[in-house]
Every structure is written in C-alpha cells, then in structure tokens.
Design a binder for this molecule. Structure first.
Ligand SMILES: C[S@@+](CC[C@H](N)C(=O)[O-])C[C@H]1O[C@@H](n2cnc3c(N)ncnc32)[C@H](O)[C@@H]1O
Length: 205
C-alpha cells in the first residue's frame, strides 16, 4: 500500500460512508487515511466522489476488522457509532474482534471510540459506570482505557459521523467517548505470544 510514503496513517474502522477518512485525507496531506468497512454499499458514494475528485492519500478497504491485515499500521484509529460485531467488540462481548481492532494499531497508538446504545437497540442503556467495567476486557485485548466520558454534539461533528448525526447523539440521545491506547511493544509481544493467560503463567514459572 502507498501508506509508507506518508508520515502518518489513520484507520477509521466501520467507516460507513467514509466521510471521516475522506475529511482527514483532504485536510491532512501528510496523512494516509484508510476507511475500513465491510459493506460495499456503504462506501459507494465515497468511491464515486473519489472518481470525480481523486485523492492519492486515501484507501477504501472493503473488509471487516477481523479479516483485515493492516497489522500495526495505524498511528491512530477511530470507531464511530459501531453496530453489529463491531459494537459487540466495543462493549467487551467479542474479545476476538476487539483484539483485531488492537492489532491494526502501532504500539502506543491511540484509539478513539464514539458509542451509543439505548433500549430501542435491544440493549441496556450505556452509562459511564457500565463502560468503566470494560477496562478488564480492553486490557486483555491490549488496549488501555485512558478516558470515558459523555459525548457532546461537538464530538459527533469532529467525527464527521453521518450515523451520529442521524441518531442526534450527544443531544437527544446519549453517546459516549472511550479513548484508549494500544499497549507498548513489550505488552504487545506478550499478547502476540498467547495473551494475558500466557503472561501470568510465565510470570509464575
Ligand atoms: C452505524 S454505522 C456507522 C458508520 C460511520 N462510522 C458513521 O459514524 O457514520 C456502523 C458501521 O460498522 C460497520 N461494521 C460492523 N461490524 C464491523 C466489523 N466487524 N468490522 C468493521 N466494520 C464493521 C458496519 O458495516 C457499519 O457501516
């Protein structure tokens, strides 16, 4: 991939219509932006707009995060208003998918998540207290949570999230920001060699 020619790479996981990575590519010419999205339909308009107005520093990658092989490429990653298996990963219910998210990041690289779930989604409404319980599952996936807070409308606007706007997240519907970082080299290599269970086994040998 051309990404190596750029000083930074960002990955928007579950990019939907790709507005965020397109915005980054247009406004940060030194950054290579990747829209990672399994639905071809979702990125169709972004692909059309790139045909009209080409950009050399953006890629639309049609793949789920678990099938992606961008291992350790991202200097920063984002997940904005996930659904399906990506939502399950963010809420600590799919350790395999959360590990795949972590795997796309360089050691110490940040991941910023915007998430919302309410009764209407068939889920218990999220709260800061319920999200605090995710620290363990995230640590097991190699992600250290730095901050959990309520999302504002400004967070949704910065994310260029079409879905967040549609939900009116940060205004009539509660949304949350989870900021985390991928563990550094040492921890990442422990995880690659078998995860935290392996780490505790080896430390007791
Ligand atoms: C509600 S949309 C949000 C799209 C965009 N981020 C936004 O804020 O407008 C959720 C997206 O997550 C994607 N998604 C679901 N599971 C995924 C997975 N396992 N890997 C990558 N993307 C996934 C869906 O295809 C969908 O486009």
């Amino acid at each position: 991939m051309r990404a190596r020619a750029y000083s930074r790479a960002i990955i928007d996981i579950g990019a939907g219509d790709g507005r965020y990575p397109l915005h980054v590519a247009r406004t940060c010419p030194d950054t290579f932006a990747i829209a990672l999205e399994p639905s071809l339909d979702a990125v169709r308009d972004a692909a059309r707009s790139l045909t009209r107005r080409p950009l050399s520093n953006v890629a639309l990658l049609i793949s789920s995060v678990e099938a992606a092989t961008l291992d350790g490429m991202a200097d920063e990653a984002t997940i904005h208003f996930p659904w399906g298996t990506l939502l399950a990963a963010v809420l600590g219910e799919r350790a395999d998918v959360l590990s795949a998210v972590a795997r796309q990041l360089k050691p110490s690289a940040p991941l910023r998540i915007l998430v919302s779930a309410v009764d209407r989604d068939g889920r218990t409404p999220l709260s800061i207290a319920s999200l605090e319980e995710l620290r363990g599952p995230y640590a097991d996936a190699g992600l250290d949570i730095c901050e959990i807070r309520a999302a504002s409308r400004a967070d949704v606007e910065v994310a260029r999230s079409s879905w967040g706007k549609r939900l009116d997240a940060g205004r009539t519907r509660p949304g949350f920001v989870i900021r985390c970082v991928r563990r550094g080299d040492e921890a990442a290599s422990v995880l690659a060699s078998g995860g935290p269970d392996e780490r505790s086994r080896t430390s007791h040998r």
